[in-house]
Design a protein around this ligand. Sequence first.
Ligand SMILES: [Zn+2]
Length: 368
Amino acid sequence: MKMLHSRISFISDRRIGPVAFFCAIILAMNEHQRARYLRQMIFSNIGEAGQEKLLGARVLVVGCGATGSVIASTLARTGIGYLKIADRDFVELNNLQRQVLYDQDDVHSRTPKAIAAANKLRRVNSSIQIVPCVVDVHAENIEELIADVDLVLDGTDNFETRYLVNDACVKHNKAWIYGGAVSSYGATFTIRPHESACFRCIFLHAPPPGTLPTCDTVGVIAPIVNVIGSLVSAEAIKFFVGSGERNRGLVNIDLWENSFDVLEIERRADCPCCVKHQFAFLDDAHDGAAFLCGRNAIQIRPPKKSALDLAQLAARLQPLGRVAQNDYLVQFTLDDFDITIFPDARAIIKGTEDAGIARTVYAKYVGT
Ligand SMILES: [Zn+2]
């Protein structure tokens, strides 16, 4: 498709007549694609030329929970040609109230969200490339994850990952779209490095842990994640199609108060990220333990890249507690802990909010 684009733009650059240009595009898109995307091609701001651009577009969705589900679903249906979905978690029952890509079977099978999302979306649109990544997005892998995409979309639920995405995207001059929702309110902002303000221009310092409301402390209603996910998706479509009025401010919406505000955001003259090019979050060596907000759980990531044999691990743990396994993870339950272990040796330890205890449990049952 990339070659196709260059061919079309080459023809276009030679200033051939509009009829010949139209014919070139008609020939480029097959009948199946024309039928599938017909309604949005009738929308004059997209048209067939815009659809071609979407089919050649490459995006990464970071986090595939509530907003990530809406974004991934919308963009797969829209025909974004390459859709990479990165998520570290598996599907749980309390996700189903708002995470539209998942169902009860996914909860029962404890399928990782990235896999469950890819399985669903391939049934929706098998003609695009969908790449699931069951990974924790961190400083050591973010640059590799964004390397082959043109736009990064925020489906995360935490500021730590957003600062990291911002550092990586500003460093590599890639656009990304922030979107977050909690309770009945949410916000979104499009970051075009060195053109618009960046995430740190808006939020200079990370809020201290535990000071922000989260979905687990104040709850969340499904409509707000759908609205924010849809706004992010619309910005992504406009980004690739190259038309439409871009969102140039920080959009704040509260569905319970029926309020919709757009705050104009200037670049910060002394922004450590987009002005001084100090990428503190990218350079910061993580200690490997991450508190999973409101879940009474800690994620432990091994210090070095590792690969586990899940079947061997399951056999080793079998005499010690209750063990369940699927293709993507081992779940081990004993006493007060519920431990989920992934092939990259990452583990989510449920039953504690103490990183020290989680590390001890990890060392004891997973090893390092
Ligand atoms: Zn900045």
